[in-house]
Write a protein that binds this ligand. Structure first.
Ligand code: NAD
Ligand code: TYD
Length: 366
């Protein structure tokens, strides 16, 4: 489908930034990134994305006036919707914001899309909704992976809010004829992920010689998907996805959490042992004094309602979109650890919030 002016919501977050980087090389006239810059946003990573073609607007998807204005001003014909509250642990301690952003926010965008694209005789458009495999609930060890026909059984406030948003997208297609696609993907990893999620949190803690909290027995399984593979799948949904369809996107990479954390310890210990500069930069890292970071592993209380296993059957995306993950476990984790070692400035700034100074200096608030 030929689309000319794209609105990316949540484009200052982890997956949104990576998507915006990939989309830069696409033949498209205009990209507008709309992001509220919550704690999870990495404003400084926008630096590598913004150019004549790609603009940033600081604002909220729940601001219907702003969304309608942006769609009109920029003649938006495509929305790729990433903006969300995304961390399960936060949804357990504070679910309200998840319902507000993920459900009301998605509905606000759908209403604006319907208003702009379906009024009168209608115009070519696409609303792509980025969702999660967590809407399907949890799998037992020998269950088949989630396919698009699995029943929705969300278990956390986060996954329940994403399930509600998926249903709204479906309803706007079936009732009003909005041209939508939805992708439900597994756990992403890669550059620019806020260090509260498992992988970047473990990297940062290892570098500081801090304990590595493993929830419960650490045998919960996730299907790890390198972020660029996910972003390419979204692009394929825009190009070849059929209106109203849902596509599951996975990484062919089911691993228990404990194996992931051990792998990260191993990768960092090897790098620090080989590179004296790293040992000087991170004196508290156990590898800097010749010890193994595995000594930091600590089993802690399990997450309430913790889903045991997620796994994705992506045959539909393979058959209809030509999707296949390119990154292997080895290559993806090596790249990710290397990126965090090379980008200390980035993760320090998102963790202390100082990136906001850069944005304030460069962009006025709407
Ligand atoms: P993230 O938390 O890193 O980024 C979310 C972004 O949305 C942030 O930049 C934040 O500022 C912005 N945002 C939040 N509320 C907003 C609002 N009201 N208005 C405008 N912007 C707002 O999340 P992520 O990991 O990049 O996830 C992106 C999308 O992918 C989410 O919809 C998430 O549910 C989905 N997803 C993520 C994963 C994963 O492993 N990270 C897996 C499956 C699905
Ligand atoms: P997370 O990155 O929060 O993603 P999600 O909950 O969406 O899958 O967590 C990935 C897995 O790692 C999940 O099973 C919870 C576990 N986990 C830990 O064991 N310790 C931690 O400190 C964190 C953040 C997660």
């Amino acid at each position: 489908m030929k689309l000319d002016s794209m609105l990316i919501t949540g484009g200052a977050g982890f997956i949104g930034v990576n998507f915006a980087r990939i989309i830069q090389s696409r033949e498209i006239s205009r990209v507008v990134i709309l992001d509220a810059l919550t704690y999870a946003a990495s404003g400084s990573s926008l630096e590598s994305v913004l150019c004549d073609k790609v603009q940033f607007v600081h604002g909220d998807i729940r601001d219907s006036t702003l969304v309608a204005r942006l769609m009109d001003e920029h003649e938006v014909d495509c929305i790729v919707h990433f903006a969300a509250e995304s961390h399960v642990d936060r949804s357990i301690t504070g679910p309200d914001e998840f319902i507000s952003t993920n459900v009301d926010g998605t509905h606000c965008l759908l209403k604006a899309a319907k208003q702009r694209w379906l009024a009168g005789s209608g115009s070519p458009h696409r609303f792509h909704h980025v969702s999660t495999d967590e809407v399907y609930g949890t799998l037992k060890a020998d269950d088949p992976p989630f396919s698009e026909v699995n029943q929705y059984q969300p278990n956390s406030p986060y996954s329940a809010s994403k399930a509600a948003s998926d249903h709204l997208v479906r309803a706007y297609h079936h009732t009003y004829g909005l041209d939508t696609t939805t992708s439900n993907c597994s756990n992403n990893y890669g550059p620019f992920q806020f260090p509260e999620k498992l992988i970047p949190l473990m990297i940062v803690n290892i570098l500081h010689g801090r304990k590595l909290p493993i929830y419960g027995d650490g045998m919960q399984i996730r299907d790890w998907l390198y972020v660029d593979d996910h972003c390419r799948a979204i692009e394929s949904c825009l190009d070849r996805g059929k209106p109203g369809e849902v596509y599951n996107v996975g990484g062919d990479n089911e691993r228990p959490n404990i194996e992931i954390v051990r792998k990260i310890c191993d990768l960092i210990d090897t790098r620090v042992a080989e590179d004296e500069d790293l040992a000087v930069a991170f004196p508290d890292c156990l590898a800097s004094v010749g010890e193994s970071s595995l000594g930091l592993l600590e089993h802690v209380s399990d997450r309430p309602g913790h889903d045991r296993r997620y796994a994705i059957d992506y045959r539909k995306a393979a058959n209809e979109l030509g999707y296949a993950p390119l990154e292997s476990f080895e290559s993806g984790f090596a790249k990710t650890v290397a990126w965090y070692l090379d980008n200390e400035q980035w993760w320090r700034s998102v963790m202390d919030g100082s990136y906001k100074d850069w944005l304030d200096a460069n962009y006025s608030k709407r």
